[in-house]
Design a binder for this molecule. Structure first.
Ligand code: NAP
Ligand code: MG
Length: 481
């Protein structure tokens, strides 16, 4: 099959000014943290981009105090319509500065510019627009009479969609009248810090949004702080369980968005070329660093060989490399640690007897890279069929009947998402009814929209983000507080 050579089409990084060092954003101002500053790097080149402050427990306390004061004196007293104006302003500023944010996201995270430009940033702005619309209509959201804010919310987010996860967290919290202390991930703090500038530009009252950078210890300080009313966390199931244990017995509420091991299920009557595109989108989007990635391909036995052949042909055309190049499909793995995790899991798959295949592709010599990889001959008991790899690695399993597909799809501790590929609507509805997953996509995969609730069953967490359901986690109804 002919493949095409593309001339380089690099996005310019001159649209972004990166400072040498960054402070914490507390009470509307940047000031230094009292922990040990750390570097954030570009995972595609290993270049140090900036030095970032580490928030100590005392810094987290300052941030929570600022959030509490802003909550009591300003934000919870504003009308919904006035809160909505701020959110609309933030949304418009994000759109105006979208290119700057997209370039910064790609530099700090390693994801392809075409994804940060076309997915992360438009969706982040859309979340602010959507929630701006709810701010003055909360009484009509069906959440109960006279919904009130929860208070000060601690928000902890991962590195895979730094700006988008920030938007998922901050927009609904603010729309409902809460104030926030947010911690971005250690490896991807820069867009959150640029967002702090947006808060200043939007004249958001000081203390409504506070951004504290740091690693796990900073997150833990937020979780343990006695004056935080709710924790909203996205990350690994392991840390999610730790948070649930820490807050057990306290008045703190939590929503947890955790890991996944989604089944992408292809029946013999599916439109095969479309399914191949959906499989690629399902597992190679964002280097597979996606909690709802379609990391288990369940394919009906009669079409297995044909589908694997088509998939291999398609994978040979995937362009891996410079994330700043507009033609790049697969960018850098986010960190050396994550690359080691993916590499280890792939070695486990081979040792367990699954058959590993990757297209011929040249990987850059610096930075963290992993070729698109598929495993065939995977059995249900293999670790590559059970555990989240969080990288560009697909495990392929076969089934014969719809009932067997359901049993295999549900045979996981997770339950975040699933995909179904068939031309029969009745089969889609029957399957969707049986699958224990928060989101089920039919003849598509990895589609996101602020109006649509997202969240998990089982060890994928609890609570929903987005849509009317997502508001529930940020309000309280009935009874005086
Ligand atoms: P992680 O280690 O759980 O980290 C998530 C966030 O928690 C980071 O900001 C992290 O800080 C912080 N953290 C680490 N230890 C903590 C502690 N003891 N207390 C409080 N906070 C702590 O997860 P990750 O490996 O970065 O992210 C990948 C995981 O996130 C995957 O399992 C994926 O499935 C999941 N994820 C889920 C969703 C969803 O919506 N369900 C979305 C995206 C990702 P540092 O980064 O500084 O360590
Ligand atoms: Mg980085």
């Amino acid at each position: 099959m002919p493949t095409f050579d593309y001339a380089p089409a690099p996005e310019s990084r001159s649209v972004v000014t990166i400072a040498n060092s960054y402070g914490l954003f507390i009470n509307g101002e940047f000031n230094d943290g009292h922990g040990t500053p750390f570097d954030t790097i570009n995972p595609a080149t290993e270049e140090v981009l900036a030095q970032v402050s580490e928030a100590s427990t005392a810094d987290v306390d300052r941030a929570v105090k600022a959030a509490r004061t802003a909550y009591e004196t300003v934000w919870s007293r504003l009308s919904g319509a006035d809160r909505g104006k701020y959110l609309f302003r933030i949304a418009r500023l994000l759109q105006e500065r979208a290119r700057e944010f997209a370039v910064l996201e790609t530099l700090d995270n390693g994801k392809p510019i075409k994804e940060s430009r076309d997915v992360d940033l438009p969706l982040a702005a859309a979340h602010f627009f959507y929630h701006a619309g709810w701010a003055d209509k909360l009484e009509y959201a069906g959440l109960g009479p006279a919904p009130r804010p929860v208070g000060v919310v601690g928000q902890i987010i991962p590195w895979n969609f730094p700006m988008l996860m920030l938007a998922w967290k901050v927009a609904p919290a603010l729309a409902c009248g809460n104030t926030v202390v947010l911690k971005p991930a250690e490896t991807t703090p820069l867009t959150a810090l640029l967002f702090a500038e947006i808060c200043q530009q939007a004249d958001l009252p000081p203390g409504v949004v506070n951004i504290v950078t740091g690693a796990g210890a900073t997150g833990q300080a937020i979780v343990e702080h006695p004056d935080v009313d709710k924790i909203a966390f996205t990350g690994s199931t392991e840390v999610g369980k730790l948070i649930a244990r820490t807050i057990a017995g306290t008045r703190k509420r939590a929503t947890l968005e955790l890991g996944g091991k989604a089944a992408n299920i292809v029946f013999d009557d599916a439109a095969m070329d479309q399914a191949v595109e959906g499989i690629v989108r399902g597992i190679f989007f964002n280097q597979g660093h996606v909690c709802c990635a379609g990391s288990r391909l369940l394919v009906q036995e009669s079409v297995h060989d044909d589908l694997v052949h088509r998939l291999q042909r398609r994978l040979a055309t995937i362009r891996v490399g410079d994330p700043m190049d507009k033609n790049t499909d697969l960018g850098a793995i986010n960190s050396a640690t994550q690359l080691a995790r993916v590499t280890d899991m792939v070695a486990v798959g081979e040792a367990e007897g699954a058959h590993r295949w990757s297209p011929v592709c040249e990987l850059p010599s610096r930075g963290f890279w992993f070729a698109p990889t598929i495993f065939t001959g995977v059995s249900q008991a293999h670790r590559v069929a059970q555990e989240e790899i969080f990288g560009p690695v697909l495990s392929i399993i076969t089934f014969r009947t719809p009932a067997e597909a359901v049993a295999k799809a549900n045979n996981t501790p997770y339950g975040l998402s699933a995909g179904i590929w068939t031309e029969k609507g009745s089969k889609i509805l029957w399957m969707a009814d049986q699958l224990r997953a928060g989101v089920v996509w039919a003849n598509t995969f990895n589609q996101f929209d602020p109006t649509s609730p997202f969240g998990g069953f089982k060890e994928s967490g609890y609570g929903r983000e987005g849509g009317r359901h997502g508001l529930e986690g940020y309000v309280t109804t009935g009874g005086a507080r």
